[in-house]
Unconditional design. Sequence first.
Length: 394
Amino acid sequence: MPDQQTRSRPQAPEPRSARHRATAQLAAAGPALGAYAAVRAVGLLVLWAAASAAGKDAAHLLGGRWDSVWYQRIAEHGYGHTVTLPDGGVHPDLAFFPLLPALERGIAELTPLTVEGAGIGVAWLAGLLAAWGIFAVGARLHGRRTGVLLAALWGAYPTAFVQSMAYTESLFTALAAWSLYAVLRGRWITAGALCALAGLTRPSAAALIAALAVTAAAVLVREYRQGGDKSLLRRHARMLLGVCLAPLGWLAYVVYVGVRQGSPLAYFEVQAQWGNSIDGGRALAAFVIGLPLPAALGLGAALVLLAWLVVLCVRQRQPLPVLVYGIGIVVVSLIGSGYFGSRPRLMMPAFPLLLPPAVALAGLRTAARTGTVVAAALASAAYGAWTLLGPGPP
């Protein structure tokens, strides 16, 4: 028989399975997912009421307009559709990245959903996954309360109605948030794989690719200056592999367009046909200058607020990958010559900008926190309904 010492020795806990860990993480994220879902439900209810009053179909507003139609056409027929505008301009569907239409097609073939319904379903599920990832990043950096508020504020972003549309923003943000969380956990291969998928979703994946690359470079430089030896690269082989994986999705689609069109620069030519060339911000400056004075002052104030948020992120000393990603999304959104009205939507994946207000809210009383989130949700819902019932794209 074992002696008393052996019998009383505490047993080492059995390692939890991946399933148990995922269940525990989901339970921890429950308040964040509930808050996010509640905020988005407010937006959908306000949209439904406004659409009903206007005699319009809310579901069609979410899944059957603007870019959604392009994605659904690709899902149903593949690439090859081109629209010629009255002024002679040409808009080819190769400007749209393939992951969302591939998911729409697959879901429509495997379920009773239409392609339009599949697109809305992907957006809603991806929105929840994005909120979970955003919570995970916020909770790791500043605690669970901040993580919950960060997810709720992202759901109340001014153009958050797009999170419920058959667009790519929710899917891209989910991949980006979990990729950044993987970097923060040191899981570089996972981060690189998620970044590669993000690169098949939106061109703004360039900001996420840069975040991984800059972070890895900073790690190598820091350790080299501290006396790194010849084994430096070998010790960080997984990090380097993750960085190499990161751009593969974006590069694969650029190469595909180049081969299909017979030109190595075809992808950039396609984007230029849509008016999306990079001009360093000249189009933005010209747009602001051309506005009536009150509108120009209002937009200028919004840009000052955006710059202030960036400064706060820097002063908050956000981890390098989070900071580079957030600033990168802002830069990518502002330096192009595309349609100005889409720029707030293009910046929506930059959830790190909301970390400073989330941290500030976390220090307030419960009533103040709740009131602020409710007010933001109602304002976002009203703006979303007004935009979706209007004639122009978001």
